[in-house]
Ligand binder design. Structure first.
Ligand code: FCB
Length: 407
């Protein structure tokens, strides 16, 4: 048996907009109503009301940690007007975790923002950081006793989403395609590298780093939490002749953000697949029969690759795997993928890399940013009755957690 470090966190991750339902004051909700090709989040899977059941299922399976987000759009529905009731709602979630012996890992911002913030220029506005800092300050009032806090989820992916939405607005008649879902194979590599160029806009990337540092300072001053953020890791590799382009692309897509983690208490690594870079840019995922429902290749080894890269660029900041999983209808494939990913993770830990936990993406099948088809969940949900049906993968991961090891 392969054993993980003592006190290792084993759990699952979620994001508020993807599971709660009726997040009506957010920028995403507004976008969904007007964007062709985008499915609606609607009631999502009603976890806003059913979080007790969801956390109970996670605990009953044997997991010991739950990553969830608090929704800025609910907590601050109007600029500077905070809802005490919504803050209390999220505090109840934290308390429920603690009662069940579950360590909460809290994300303060996961892709969505209040609609008023978006209308006022979003992250591009000159005072975006001031607004976020005001929210973070208020959020600290409910974080007593919370050990792990992420300021933001995947600022690098947020930059991509901002770009995709802008492109939609510019191209009347275009169809929505979430950047978390690979474009169909007919999207050419030229499109992929053009996407990259906007991802790499250093002005917005550096701004995210500055905003993160400002939020970190507030959290350190007002709480005892360990503070970090979570980053989308591409596990990029060079095709022959692509070495220089790899460095360039990886810097813009990731490394600027890993560098921004230096001085943090921890960093969240989020890995799903791996991709090549050749001399002209990112190579689209090859079409294989076992490609995932989001069009990426089946690459459980991407987790180990991502962890090794993260530790190198952050210069050894402690890591939590805050997302890793697979969009598939075949739950046996999910178990196989996770088992292989954990084998690789264990190799990295054996080499001395400081990894504190593994939180699988995701607890529940959910709203995948404009698409309902890709199912990443350990639990299936009937979207009419909201009945939860745990899949075998939930019990499997719970058993791994209970023995703190893989067979
Ligand atoms: C990540 C996001 C998460 C989910 C997974 C599949 O990029 O953080 O919300 O969409 O991908």
């Amino acid at each position: 048996m392969t054993t993980f470090p003592n006190g290792f966190l084993w759990g699952a991750s979620t994001a508020p907009h993807q599971i709660e339902g009726n997040n009506v004051n957010s920028d995403w909700w507004a976008q969904e109503q007007v964007t062709p090709g985008m499915e609606l989040s609607g009631d999502a899977v009603d976890s806003y009301h059913r979080y007790r059941e969801d956390i109970q299922l996670l605990a009953d399976a044997g997991l010991n940690s739950y990553r969830f987000g608090i929704e800025w759009a609910r907590i601050e529905p109007l600029p500077g007007r905070f809802s005490k009731a919504e803050l209390a709602h999220y505090r109840r979630m934290i308390d429920h975790c603690v009662e069940l012996g579950i360590t909460p890992v809290i994300t303060l911002q996961h892709f969505t923002t209040p609609l008023w913030f978006a209308k006022d220029g979003g992250w591009s506005a000159a005072d975006a950081s001031d607004k976020f800092e005001r929210f973070v300050t208020e959020a600290t009032t409910i974080l007593d006793g919370v050990e792990w806090v992420a300021t933001m989820n995947e600022p690098n992916m947020q930059a991509a989403i901002m770009t995709a939405m802008k492109r939609m607005q510019e191209q009347a008649g275009g169809q929505w395609q979430s950047p978390t879902v690979e474009a169909d194979s007919d999207e050419d590599r030229e499109q992929a590298s053009r996407n990259f160029l906007t991802y790499a806009d250093p002005t917005i990337s550096r701004k995210f780093v500055d905003i993160h540092h400002a939020a970190r300072e507030i959290l350190h001053a007002r709480t005892d939490a360990k503070v970090g953020w979570t980053i989308a890791a591409g596990a990029l590799t060079a095709a022959p002749g692509g070495e220089a382009k790899l460095e360039e692309i990886r810097y813009g897509k990731e490394d600027i953000f890993w560098e921004g983690s230096r001085g943090d208490d921890w960093v969240g690594v989020q890995a799903y697949s791996s991709q090549e870079v050749d001399a002209t840019g990112l190579v689209p995922h090859p079409k294989r029969p076992d490609n995932t429902l989001v069009g990426t290749t089946y690459r459980p080894d991407s987790l180990e690759m991502a962890v090794r890269h993260a530790t190198e660029v952050t210069q050894g900041v402690p890591i939590i795997i805050t997302e890793n999983g697979i969009a598939t209808r075949d739950d046996a494939q999910r178990i196989r993928y996770t088992d292989e990913a954990l084998q690789g993770l264990h190799h990295a830990i054996s080499d001395g890399i400081d990894v504190r936990g593994y939180l699988h993406w995701t607890l529940l099948d959910n709203f995948e940013w404009g698409h309902w088809e890709p199912t990443f969940g350990l639990i299936a949900v009937d979207r009419d009755t909201f009945e939860r049906s745990p899949k075998p993968s939930l019990a499997w991961l719970g058993a791994v957690a209970a023995r703190n090891g893989i067979a």
